[in-house]
Design a protein around this ligand. Structure first.
Ligand SMILES: Nc1ncnc2c1ncn2[C@@H]1O[C@H](COP(=O)(O)OP(=O)(O)OP(=O)(O)O)[C@@H](O)[C@H]1O
Ligand SMILES: [Mg+2]
Length: 391
């Protein structure tokens, strides 16, 4: 008897907006180094001040994604134009205890967080009596608890609002869709009441559709950035780090990047050769590239390349996108009239050395509509759009 076919696991849509220009927001208590980091990342030059709430309007900036593969392709093709991938980053003002009830500049800040797709949580792990801490103590784990409680409180309020508005319609009788939404909203609320962030729930594809409509704060992926003194960063030791690690592991195990805004600031000012010498002697490197690439990945973005003598370009798409959708980021006609994608793997091109040699080796592969694009694919799309607009 033929073995029973195993059912393929159902593909679930990812939590979050289905767009390619997603944003990371820098979040944390006041005076933890958020604006200092933002300025470093973007070189925008907004002055960071030793004063809580010095960032009142959120600042946004676009940063390039550092990538050796992109640099290598540019050196191979020597294109007239070179376009790297990018990440939008928003500097959000400090959040305090009670923000969900409107403390500090509470609700405005929380709405800025609602506008981003992923969160850089900056934790203060440096002690400096000159830099005021709003809670009068340095305790990054307690800070993380405060922030997460506020985000969950805001999510609870939003979901309670959804439940209330559906319940108000009950007397008129609820449609099937509304009953389903009510059931889902109640489950989300139950989940939040257990003090667990929404992104760690086990949601069905239909649940994810509702969740993507609500855009809850705790549905957004996080990257933890631990800001320490230059001294601690250089000796790779910090008294708060093990506890932060433990806390993050117990709360979803998302990426943690130790860094020092003070160190980054210092080397940022130096000319390149001096910077290299200084880093070599101290045995450290700048963490800014890793912070950018980790944030980009956290919000489920990847990119493919188009490469030729005219242009080498990174096209960013969400993880899981199939070839026609990827083609659509270049032009809607490419998606509409999609025939196939001719794909080279970056590593194979690098190893073999040239596009023609890759073709000769039979490694320039034709892929169809169901092909799921992977990060770093080099793609040439074939498409055909007739004048009637139909394939
Ligand atoms: N690793 C560090 N070591 C010592 N001082 C630091 C470090 N990182 C940042 N600082 C200092 O902390 C102060 C506050 O930094 P910054 O303005 O970036 O905080 P913030 O989180 O943006 O605050 P707010 O929430 O008020 O906007 C600045 O004086 C900055 O130089
Ligand atoms: Mg700030």
């Amino acid at each position: 008897m033929a073995p029973k076919k195993q059912e393929a696991p159902k593909e679930r849509p990812l939590l979050g907006r289905f767009k390619s220009n997603l944003k990371m927001g820098i979040v944390g208590m006041p005076n933890v180094g958020k604006s200092t980091l933002f300025n470093l990342l973007t070189k925008v030059g907004v002055p960071a001040e030793n004063f809580p709430f010095c960032t009142i309007d959120p600042n946004s900036a676009r940063v390039n994604i550092p990538d050796d593969r992109f640099n290598w392709l540019c050196s191979l093709y020597k294109p007239k134009s070179a376009v790297p991938a990018f990440l939008d980053i928003m500097d959000i003002a400090g959040l305090v205890r009670g923000a969900a009830q409107g403390e500090g500049l509470g609700n405005a800040f929380l709405s800025h967080i609602a506008a981003v797709d992923g969160i850089y949580h900056v934790c203060r792990a440096f002690e400096d009596a000159d830099v005021i801490h709003v809670e009068d103590r340095v305790d990054p784990v307690a800070d993380l608890e405060i922030i997460h409680n506020e985000l969950r409180a805001k999510d609870r309020a939003k979901i309670e609002g959804v439940i209330d508005s559906i319940n108000k319609l009950k007397s008129r009788g609820l449609k099937k869709e509304q009953l389903e939404e009510l059931e889902c909203a109640n489950r989300i609320l139950e989940h939040l009441n257990k003090e667990v962030d929404v992104r760690f729930g086990d949601w069905s594809a239909k649940d994810v559709e509702w969740l993507n409509e609500y855009q809850l704060l705790t549905a957004k992926p996080a990257v933890y950035l631990v800001n320490m003194s230059e001294h601690d960063f250089a000796r790779k030791k910090n008294k708060f780090l093990p506890k932060i690690h433990e806390w993050v592991q117990a709360h979803g195990g998302e990426p943690i990047i130790p860094f020092s805004a003070a160190f980054e600031n210092k080397i940022f000012e130096m000319p390149d050769d001096e910077k290299d010498k200084y880093c070599k002697e101290a045995g450290v490197i700048s963490m800014l590239p890793k912070i950018i690439t980790t944030g980009f990945k956290a919000i489920h973005l990847i990119y493919f390349f188009t490469a030729g003598e005219d242009e080498v370009k990174c096209w960013q798409i969400r993880q899981g996108a199939k070839a026609p959708q990827a083609a659509g980021t270049i032009h809607t006609d490419f998606e509409r009239g999609f025939i196939c994608a001719e794909v080279m793997k970056f590593d194979e091109l690098k190893e073999i050395g040239s596009e023609n040699a890759v073709k000769a080796a039979g490694k320039y592969r034709q892929q169809g509509k169901e092909y799921v694009v992977t990060d770093g694919d080099i793609i040439y799309f074939k498409f055909n759009v007739t004048s009637s607009g139909k394939k």
